[in-house]
Ligand binder design. Structure first.
Ligand code: G3H
Length: 193
């Protein structure tokens, strides 16, 4: 049976400060997740399983995948949602500096587009080529970002536009999807670090 795996990058130095965007390195915890990932993969996916690993072009996904000894492909399309002028800010700073935007986003998270950035709707379009290639390939592990994984997950799980931006994609967890004819089975393998 075809399966697909997703993992967010390990905790980054921006995650620790609650900042969004940026291109930060992994934190020590995130680095520890990167070191655990090969054994998580061999435990749940299998030893010598012929995986291909797709990452974004951002440091935190490349660093998370760096101990995985498989062929890799970097996709610009897998980069995190572009938060435009809010890049590098905390949600508290956004609420203070752009209070109306903060409310608008809360009211319609799928369609809200960051000033100078993207919406989840934009992201779904950007990810179309990734989904097309995913449909044609097997044995892919995608190491990407919260918002991009939400979009891919929603595609396979048939989530609607209201649910997509709230899909649960925890850190330090390998997500396994097994698409079947009418639904998709999901499993979460979490590492405690
Ligand atoms: O900015 C990127 C975050 O991963 C997305 O989180 O859409 O829930 O604010 P959020």
């Amino acid at each position: 049976k075809k399966r697909i795996w997703f993992s967010r990058h390990g905790e980054s130095q921006f995650n620790v400060q609650d900042r969004i965007g940026g291109d930060a390195d992994l934190s020590p915890r995130g680095e520890s997740y990167a070191q655990h990932l090969p054994s998580l993969v061999s435990k749940h996916i299998g030893d010598n399983y012929p995986l291909t690993v797709w990452t974004s072009t951002m440091k935190r996904t490349i660093q998370t995948a760096r101990y995985l000894d498989y062929p890799k492909k970097e996709w610009k399309a897998l980069e995190e949602l572009d938060t435009g002028v809010c890049d590098g800010m905390t949600y508290d700073e956004i609420a203070e500096k752009y209070p109306e935007d903060y409310i608008q986003r809360d009211q319609d998270k799928f369609n809200y587009r960051y000033r100078g950035g993207e919406s989840y709707r934009d992201l779904v379009l950007r990810l179309e080529p990734v989904i097309m290639e995913l449909e044609q390939h097997e044995r892919i592990l995608i190491v990407a970002h919260q918002a991009t994984i939400r979009c891919l997950y929603a595609y396979f799980m048939n989530l609607d536009h209201d649910q997509l931006p709230y899909a649960r994609v925890p850190l330090h967890t390998l997500i396994e999807l097994t698409p079947t004819a009418y639904h998709c089975e999901e499993k979460y393998y979490k590492v405690d670090i």
